[in-house]
Design a protein around this ligand. Structure first.
Ligand code: A3P
Length: 314
C-alpha cells in the first residue's frame, strides 16, 4: 500500500474512507466524488487557495471521455489568431502535449508542493478538471467563468479507462481485470466517480446557466467535429469561421496521435503519466470487443435508472 500522510491542518477535517483502491489505499468520498488521498489533499487545497477569474476557461470531464481532444480544440480556439504552422511561429500543439498546454487543477496545479503561483498567468487562463460540478472549488462556481464539459458513452469510457490503467502503475489499478474495472465503475468506486452523478451535475448546470456551462459528448464530436467546434467558438465568444477547418484538422486523432511528442513515452510534466497514454483508438464502439451480454444488460439498466427524467441519453 502506498503510504500517504495528510498535512496536519487538514487531518482533522477528513471524511471517512468510502472505498479502497486495489492496493488497499483508502478512497474518500468528498463532496460526492471518490478521491484517492493525493486527490483529496489537492481538492481541499484547491478549494482553499484557487481564486478563479471570470475570464478563466475550464475543460471539465470524467476521465477518459475526450479531455485530450477537447483541450487541444479549446487551446486552438483561444489562440486561433496566433496559430499557424509556419517555421517562425510553429503551433505549440506540434511540439507540446495538450495536457501541458492546459493543466489539470487537481492532478497538477494543486498536487505540487509548493503550490505554484498562477496569479501571473495572463487571461484567459485555461485549466482542466475531473471534478464533478458539485465538487469544484467554490471560487470557480461563483466567479462566472466558463466551463466546457465533455462526457462519453459509459461503455466506451470504461473500456478506455481499463486500457489506460494498463499503461502505468497507479495504486494497483493496473492489475484489475476488465470485469473488476467494470464492477468498480458501476459502484462508483473509481477516482472521480460515480460517473452518472458527474454527468447529471454538469447537465443540470448547463441547463441552468447555458452561457457559463456547455455540455458536449464525445459521440457528437466524432459525428460532427466542425459543427461542435463552431458551437464552442460561439459559446466562448471567439467565432472565426475560416479557422474552424484548420483547427479540426490540427486536433484530429490522426494528426495529434502521430506527432512525436504524443508518441513519446516520456512524461513531459509533473503528471505521473507518459504522453502517449492519452491516444489509443479514438473511436466510438470499442465496447463491442469487451462487453459480455450480461454487462450490457447491467450497465444499460443502471444508465436508464440514473438518466431517467433528465432528458439526456447516450
Ligand atoms: P480510446 O481509449 O477509446 O481510444 P481522455 O483524453 O479524457 O483521457 O480520453 C482518452 C480517449 O480519447 C481515448 O479513447 C483516446 O484515444 C481518445 N482521444 C484522444 N485524442 C483524441 C482526438 N484528438 N480525437 C478523438 N479521440 C481522441
Amino acid at each position: 500500500m502506498a503510504s500517504f500522510s495528510f498535512p496536519k491542518d487538514i487531518q482533522s477535517s477528513l471524511p471517512l474512507p468510502a472505498a479502497k483502491l486495489p492496493d488497499g489505499t483508502n478512497m474518500f468520498q468528498w463532496k460526492g466524488i471518490m478521491l484517492s488521498p493525493q486527490l483529496l489533499q489537492a481538492a481541499i487545497t484547491a478549494d482553499k487557495h484557487f481564486s478563479a477569474r471570470s475570464t478563466d476557461i475550464f475543460v471539465a470531464s470524467y476521465p477518459k471521455c475526450g479531455t485530450t481532444w477537447l483541450k487541444s480544440l479549446i487551446f486552438s480556439i483561444i489562440n486561433q489568431h496566433s496559430l499557424n504552422q509556419e517555421k517562425e511561429s510553429p503551433n505549440p500543439l506540434l511540439s507540446t502535449s495538450p495536457h501541458d498546454l492546459i493543466h489539470n487543477l487537481e492532478l497538477e496545479v494543486y498536487s505540487m508542493d509548493p503550490i505554484p503561483d498562477i496569479t501571473g498567468i495572463p487571461s484567459p487562463r485555461l485549466f482542466s478538471t475531473h471534478h464533478s460540478y458539485g465538487s469544484l472549488p467554490e471560487s470557480l462556481k461563483h466567479c462566472g467563468c466558463q466551463i466546457v464539459y465533455i462526457t462519453r458513452n459509459p461503455r466506451d469510457s470504461i473500456v478506455s479507462f481499463w486500457h489506460f490503467t494498463k499503461k502505468f502503475s497507479y495504486h494497483g489499478l493496473e492489475y484489475l481485470s476488465f470485469e473488476e474495472t467494470f464492477e468498480r465503475f458501476c459502484e462508483g468506486a473509481l477516482p472521480f466517480g460515480p460517473f452518472f452523478e458527474h454527468v447529471l451535475q454538469y447537465l443540470k448546470a448547463s441547463k441552468e446557466m447555458p452561457e457559463k456551462v456547455m455540455f458536449l459528448t464525445y459521440e457528437e464530436m466524432i459525428a460532427d467535429t466542425k459543427g461542435v467546434v463552431k458551437r464552442v467558438t460561439a459559446f466562448l465568444g471567439r467565432p472565426v469561421e475560416e479557422e474552424v477547418e484548420k483547427i479540426v484538422e490540427m486536433c484530429s486523432f490522426e494528426k495529434l496521435s502521430n506527432l512525436e511528442v504524443n508518441k513519446s513515452e516520456e512524461n513531459t510534466s509533473k503528471r505521473r503519466y507518459p504522453n502517449n497514454v492519452f491516444f489509443r483508438k479514438g473511436a466510438v464502439g470499442d465496447w463491442m470487443n469487451h462487453f459480455t451480454p450480461e454487462m450490457i444488460e447491467r450497465l444499460d439498466h443502471i444508465t436508464q435508472q440514473k438518466l431517467q427524467g433528465s432528458g439526456f441519453e447516450f
